[in-house]
Design a protein around this ligand. Structure first.
Ligand SMILES: [Zn+2]
Length: 158
């Protein structure tokens, strides 16, 4: 698992839908985004550029209040053991019990948080979570698609 990162607020909760690989039912799935983080000494992203977003995945740990906030909005978001990643991390799960792997959601072109079309990006809704300062996370992160998501997703007041 990765070392602790420092995630700078504002942080966003993104919501979209993904079809379960096991039972084929569409489920609500969530992701966390930020404008800037510190990966050890490396500053990633830019807090002053709020048109871009970095997405967090393979989250092994996060502050409890952040998990509590997300869990109240999506009770199928929980810590699970992933055989693929051979680690325990926060995952979106289906009502049938299956996990949505983060690779499937974030790294597969066309995944819920890797939209390839404007229509797919427009399926995503996001809002600012009520936290401030810097938050410690153990996670990986994705860059490159955040500006496309923000350009087409729907912003909702929290
Ligand atoms: Zn399912």
């Amino acid at each position: 698992m990765d070392e602790k990162m420092r995630i700078d607020c504002p942080v966003y909760l993104l919501t979209s839908a993904a079809e379960c690989w096991k039972c084929s039912k569409p489920q609500s799935v969530v992701a966390i985004g930020t404008h800037q983080l510190f990966d050890r000494a490396d500053e990633i992203g830019d807090l002053s550029d709020q048109t871009d977003l970095i997405l967090l995945s393979n989250i092994g740990s996060m502050p409890f209040e952040v998990f509590k906030y997300i869990g109240q909005r999506n009770h199928r978001y929980m810590k699970r053991y992933s055989h693929t990643a051979e680690a325990t991390y926060f995952a979106n799960t289906c009502e049938c019990g299956a996990n949505f792997g983060d690779f499937f959601l974030f790294s597969e072109p066309g995944g819920a948080f890797f939209p390839e079309t404007e229509e797919a990006a427009a399926q995503i809704k996001y809002h600012k979570m009520p936290f401030s300062g810097a938050l410690p996370f153990e996670c990986s992160y994705h860059q490159g698609v955040g500006d496309f998501i923000l350009a087409h997703a729907t912003y909702e007041a929290a």
